[in-house]
Design a protein around this ligand. Structure first.
Ligand code: ATP
Ligand code: MG
Length: 277
């Protein structure tokens, strides 16, 4: 199967061989996504104008754009320097082209032209959960409790679909605040399937090269590479704590006065247990 073919490709690929490989792998596949020309995406983003830049991740920059039919899009441009991103790009197309759920970000299509690799998503008006919770003055949103609850439920629904509801079973591997996006009504949608792995029913776990984000990785996965869908549940738990506490788990720095969110939660729950006893 196509997806499996992609994830067993774990050797290091050069840019050219990967580009050839992408074209070969994608050709003739029944991908349920569209394909865009570079010209279309240049026009949509005003030639990738920095004024349209909405974010930047390990993969490259993300731009807001508008297609000629008025559809607003987010275009993720793979940095040619990001070799790790190359494989994730292919993985991402493969993974999400077949998946549709209200709590997963839609992939409209991709563009592979010259040295450009781009992914085109539905645009999420309220950016990421991380920005809504922890963004500087301009980015943070005032989220009331019912909204925070709805966001938790949305992420949980998206994950339940990935783990149990879709034809293919997927472990996301990188659930965190920047990979949860919020639409105009603050509905949560999971994005970034670049690190996702297929989880086969007959396997109790997948031994794999460890990849993810520090602070959100389940201990058994970070330490031993033992990967099951429970790793996503752990990361979801960290995100849920961030949503409830309004504190970021990734801003911890042992050299300053900051408190690690997980330590803080253990301390608070120990205090509550003492009070109750
Ligand atoms: N579909 C989208 N709609 C609106 N904003 C988006 C969209 N996709 C990404 N973004 C914004 O772009 C930022 C960068 O996204 P990207 O997925 O490239 O990296 P990241 O998730 O922040 O980090 P990492 O590379 O470690 O996963 C996001 O944090 C978000 O603010
Ligand atoms: Mg992301």
């Amino acid at each position: 199967m196509y997806f499996l073919k992609l994830i067993v490709h774990d050797e290091y690929l050069t840019w050219n061989s990967l580009n050839t490989c992408i074209c070969a792998d994608l050709k003739g596949l029944d991908l349920k996504t569209g394909s865009f020309t570079l010209r279309q995406l240049r026009a949509a983003t005003n030639n990738f104008d920095s004024a349209n830049k909405i974010g930047e991740g390990g993969f490259g920059s993300v731009y807001k754009g508008e297609l000629s039919d008025g559809t607003v899009i987010a275009v993720k441009q793979l940095s040619p320097k990001s070799r790790q991103g190359n494989r994730e790009f292919v993985n991402e197309i493969g993974m999400i082209s077949g998946l549709k759920h209200p709590n997963l970000v839609k992939l409209y299509g991709c563009c592979i032209e010259g040295d450009q690799l781009l992914l085109v998503y539905e645009y999420m008006e309220n950016n990421s959960l991380a920005r809504a919770l922890f963004g500087a003055e301009t980015g943070a949103l005032l989220l009331d409790w019912p909204t925070r609850f709805q966001i938790c439920v949305g992420i949980a629904r998206g994950l339940a679909f990935l783990h149990e509801g879709s034809v293919i079973r997927i472990v996301h591997r990188d659930i965190k605040g920047t990979n949860v996006l919020l639409d105009k009504d603050l509905n949560a949608k999971i994005s970034d399937f670049g690190l996702a792995k297929l989880s086969e029913a007959e396997n109790t776990h997948i031994s794999t090269r460890v990849a993810g984000t520090i602070g959100y990785m389940a201990p058994e996965y970070a330490l031993w590479g033992y990967l099951t869908d429970k790793a996503d549940v752990y990361s979801f738990g960290v995100v849920a704590l961030e949503i409830v506490s309004g504190r970021s788990n990734s801003s911890y720095n042992p050299t300053n006065e900051s408190v690690c969110l997980l330590d803080w939660v253990s301390y608070e729950s120990a205090c509550v247990a003492t009070l109750n006893s």
